[in-house]
Design a protein around this ligand. Structure first.
Ligand code: F6P
Length: 399
């Protein structure tokens, strides 16, 4: 670093996702353009203290990483800074840790730190801010569960992988006339399952936000069979609750304060087999939906986030987090992102659109949700009356 050049830091924390390297690259490029040096702390917040571990970042060692998955800085959702569940707990980092971080800021003469993370990691950034450290946030997660931003990068890439998996399951399910269950990530939000389910043409989508029953799933499978379709594709979000209200979690060690979800796919498949005696198979996409390179959408979003984060530091707008408010990149206080998680609206347009296509959410839709065209009513006179008079006959056939 030249004597007068300012220096900022960046770290990536929590579960990785496609687009992290695109943010790092954007931060380095745009900071360098403004005469600022960048160092990258290794393994999330862990790299900030005892032992302090960082990598000087420059155009050379960040060149070509735009398209790469994961993060060249490493990440962790465990360790000394792991956020625990509940806002009150999250605002309770050990003061000694905070003082150690402050010492690192002083020793390295840092003018600012960009914390790239999900809600847990951003909660840590918020505590740094409250302690007086100059931080800004960049939201990332495949789960898309931060309401302060229309989209987080990583989500679109995860949905693309999940959709590809569904496309593949379609062909094998149809060949064998089987029921296929695909379990997807997303924690307590059903965004990945909902979007991939729609994009991949799933017949049943089970979400944490909509209560469902095995009766309704079986009803849908039988209904499809009656219309000559022996295969059914079911997408289930890992955070969907069983009809008795239970969440399905992995046994064994869990990252501090956070349950490790997973296993519901097998339970759903088993129950369908028991009830209907149909061949049923489960696929758990797991970390395949989190690995790999970012989609073009995520590259663009991550690049804009990185550039905007540098601008926030230059303008000394500490304690803020970049966000996407289409069509613009803006910023909000980090605390907003931490306190307000986004989940699927059961009355929202993606759900209603899927329902109108006949997709089942494993529930019995209310009258408002189940849009029924008046043209389907048995009243022949009215059906004719409702049609535009000048529709040619061949179009009427299509209608
Ligand atoms: O938050 C991202 C996420 O991939 C969730 O969708 C999932 O529940 C969790 O992380 C998995 O965490 P881990 O990588 O620790 O198994």
């Amino acid at each position: 670093m030249s004597q007068h050049q300012k220096r900022i830091g960046i770290l990536t924390s929590g579960g990785d996702c496609p687009g992290l390297n695109a943010v790092i690259r954007a931060v380095v490029k745009s900071a360098n353009q403004s005469g600022i040096d960048v160092i990258g702390f290794l393994k999330g917040y862990e790299g900030l203290i005892d032992p302090v571990r960082y990598l000087p970042l420059n155009n050379k060692n960040t060149s070509g990483i735009l398209t790469h998955g994961g993060t060249i800085l490493g990440s962790t959702n465990k360790g000394r800074f792991a956020a625990t569940v509940g806002v009150a707990d999250r605002l309770n980092l050990d003061p000694e840790l905070l003082e150690d971080v402050q010492t690192t800021f002083k020793q390295l003469d840092l003018s600012g730190l960009i914390c790239v993370g999900g809600d847990g990691s951003l909660a840590v950034a918020q505590q740094f801010h409250e302690f007086g450290l100059p931080v800004v946030g960049v939201p990332k997660t495949i789960d898309n569960d931060l309401s302060a931003t229309a989209f987080t990068f990583g989500f679109d890439s995860a949905v693309a992988s999940a959709t590809d998996a569904l496309d593949r399951l379609h062909t094998t399910a149809a060949s064998h006339g089987r029921v296929m269950v695909l379990e997807l990530m997303g924690r307590h939000a059903g965004w990945i399952a909902l979007h991939a389910g729609i994009a991949g043409g799933a017949h049943v989508i089970l979400l944490p936000e909509i209560d469902w029953s095995f009766d309704q799933i079986c009803h849908k499978i039988l209904q499809r069979e009656r219309s000559g379709k022996p295969s059914t594709l079911i997408v289930v979000a890992e955070g969907a609750r069983l009809p008795d209200g239970d969440m399905v979690t992995h046994d064994g060690p869990q990252s501090l304060g956070q349950v490790r979800l997973g296993g519901i796919g097998n339970i759903v498949a088993h129950e369908i087999e028991q009830r209907l005696h149909r061949e049923t198979r489960t696929a758990v996409l797991g970390h395949l939906q989190r690995g790999g390179g970012p989609t073009t959408f995520d590259r663009v979003l991550a690049t804009q986030f990185g550039a905007h984060a540098v601008r926030l530091i230059i303008e000394r707008r500490f304690g803020e987090m970049v966000c996407y408010r289409p069509p613009n990149i803006e910023s909000v206080p980090i605390i907003e992102a931490v306190n307000d998680l986004s989940t699927v609206d059961p009355e929202g347009s993606p759900v209603l659109a899927a329902r109108s296509l006949g997709v089942s959410f494993g529930d019995r839709p209310t009258t408002e949700q189940a849009f029924v065209s008046p043209w389907l009513e048995d009243d022949d006179d009215r059906e004719v009356e409702d049609r535009p008079e000048d529709v040619p006959e061949e179009v009427e056939v299509l209608l």
